[in-house]
Design a protein around this ligand. Structure first.
Ligand SMILES: [Zn+2]
Length: 162
């Protein structure tokens, strides 16, 4: 995965720093969350017992990133979770997000006018499905998943009326 340099959690913009090694006191750790600085650090390498270094694999980097996200979320929203709970939840969330094509972004249908293409596709779908409800369901599912592009405009702000 591509790890961003910033992530928004609560009212904070958290800096994500990737570096070869991350130290917490004397220990070398995979990830570290610093609450007052609203920062998280992720290691790309770890120290082996023979003092050589090894590269942390992609999925371990991803789960560490998720783990630090969970730490910031539980801190900001006061979930008061134990280290074990954070670890388990991060593993679980990573699996669910990786194995499912989910998009949690809010879907806004109101005030989104259809483009000429959108009207044409909607018209064709209404004919195909013989029901407006079914046509709308299929139309918006396709539009929201990105399979159907350029069918509606941007979200419009309501105009002030005097
Ligand atoms: Zn932790």
């Amino acid at each position: 995965m591509k790890i961003p340099s910033r992530i928004k959690i609560g009212g904070h913009s958290i800096r994500v720093v990737t570096c070869p090694f991350v130290r917490d006191g004397k220990a070398t750790v995979r990830g570290l969350t610093e609450y007052p600085e609203r920062r998280m650090r992720l290691a790309t390498h770890y120290l082996k017992p023979n003092h050589r270094s090894g590269r942390i694999c992609e999925s371990e980097m991803a789960v560490t990133f998720m783990h630090e996200i969970v730490h910031h979320v539980e801190d900001v929203y006061g979930a008061n979770m134990s280290e074990k709970q954070v670890t388990r939840l991060a593993e679980g969330l990573l699996q669910v997000f990786r194995d499912n094509p989910l998009n949690f972004r809010a879907i806004r249908r109101k005030n989104m006018p259809l483009t000429a293409k959108g009207k044409k596709v909607m018209g064709a779908m209404k004919k195909t499905y013989g029901s407006d409800e079914k046509a709308k369901e299929v139309f918006y599912a396709s539009a929201n998943s990105g399979k159907l592009k350029g069918v509606h405009g941007k979200h419009k702000k309501a105009k002030k009326r005097r």
